[in-house]
Ligand binder design. Structure first.
Ligand code: Q9C
Ligand code: ZN
Length: 372
């Protein structure tokens, strides 16, 4: 299988994040992508290739141009406004109750992007967990190129290809960044694929978190089906979307499928959900499925609460590929660094119809440290 990778992600150099107002070590760090790249190289069954520049048009096909412009200048504005912080996070978010009683027309006419970057970050952002640093925009643009190059490989005849996107994308909505995500790599790829082929496209999201951004972008679309397995938003980020009764509206009614799972979800629970998801993907025509692939479903993930093991990723990859559609597989989350490489190898070998054997060189030492 071909793997699209670029070292440009290293510029999105994240060290700390805040969680409920307290600063701590970041989860979405550069080492994640390097661990996956190294594991796939060591496997021998994958071929690395770089992305090609696809420009801005495929991005503004799904995102507000205002979001692109904000992300492009956010860091220099932050510096110019003399805000002494290691990363940009918002001061105030426009909670929808701030405008209660105002008509949609009044809100549209009166509420606008302010000048202070702490307000601008609130205008375009969802949360405090998407630290923005000097190299974020460039890395996020290249992650989109990785996704689009992966789609090109599949449209060019590959059965499946994997894009090692970083930063991830599925929390980014049309006019919003958040949840470690800036541009929605999977949504941009899906939109490009339906435009290029005229076919319907399906998206399978197996990150631990609900892909609120992808759901929002295609909510009213009859030509893009979104199917997601994730932690119940009652207890987990992004909290306000991801419930089973969100089915889409208008032409999109019935095209959105959410499968929320309980804390402690096991391999068996996950495989049952996978079978339901695969059935929903297979029920619509089209030859391509975009996969938002996350490993924060792993039992030891620091921000997840499922109980999956490496073996189940091989089986999930196998069952998704058994659908017989071509796969554009794009990396989203997954934060337990010692297992990331093996989990990616397992999933992708499953999707390739190849067996999985753990690499003898790497094991888990005491405390989860990588040995060997
Ligand atoms: N204690 C992705 O997996 N909340 N994003 C973090 C940490 C935000 C996850 C809380 C989680 C965003 C792509
Ligand atoms: Zn996630």
């Amino acid at each position: 299988m071909q793997v699209v990778y670029t070292a440009a992600h290293l510029a999105h150099d994240i060290v700390t994040e805040t969680f409920m107002g307290v600063e701590g070590p970041a989860n979405e760090v550069a080492e994640r992508a390097e661990i996956i790249r190294a594991a796939l190289e060591a496997d021998g069954g994958f071929r690395l290739t770089g992305p090609s520049d696809h420009g801005e048009a495929p991005i503004t096909a799904v995102h507000d141009p205002g979001l692109v412009r904000f992300l492009e200048v956010a860091w220099s504005e932050h510096r110019a406004q003399n805000i002494p912080r290691p990363f940009l996070a918002a001061d105030t978010y426009p909670n929808r109750a701030m405008f209660e009683g105002m008509s949609d027309e009044a809100v549209a006419a009166l509420v606008r992007e302010p000048v202070h970057v702490g307000g601008r970050a609130g205008f375009w952002g969802l949360d405090t967990a998407a630290p923005l640093v000097a190299g974020t925009y460039e890395a996020a643009r290249r992650a989109v190129d990785v996704a689009l190059t992966t789609a090109d490989l599949v449209l060019g005849g590959e059965t499946a290809a994997y894009g090692l996107c970083r930063p991830p994308g599925h929390h980014a909505a049309r006019s919003m960044y958040g949840g470690y995500c800036f541009f929605n790599n999977a949504a941009i790829a899906a939109e490009a694929i339906t435009r290029a082929t005229g076919e319907r496209v399906a998206i399978l999201d197996v990150d631990y978190h609900h892909g609120n951004g992808t759901q929002q972008i295609f909510w009213r679309r009859g030509d893009v089906r979104y199917v997601s397995i994730h932690a119940d938003p009652e207890r987990q980020y992004p909290y306000f979307l991801g419930r089973a009764d969100e089915i889409g509206e208008g032409e999109g009614e019935g095209e959105n499928h959410n499968i929320p799972l309980r804390a402690g979800a096991t391999n068996a629970d996950y495989l049952a959900a996978t079978d339901r998801a695969v059935e929903a993907l297979g029920a619509v025509p089209g030859s391509v499925v975009v996969v938002s692939l996350g490993f924060d479903t792993y039992g030891l993930d620091p921000i997840g609460d499922f109980a999956l093991t490496t073996e189940v990723y091989h089986e999930v990859g196998r069952r998704v590929a058994a659908l017989g559609r071509r796969l554009v597989i794009l990396q989203e989350g997954g934060y337990h660094r010692p297992s990331l490489g093996e989990n990616a190898r397992a999933w992708l070998r499953g999707a390739d119809g190849r067996p999985f054997e753990p690499l003898p060189a790497a094991g888990f030492g005491p405390g989860g440290a990588v040995t060997g």
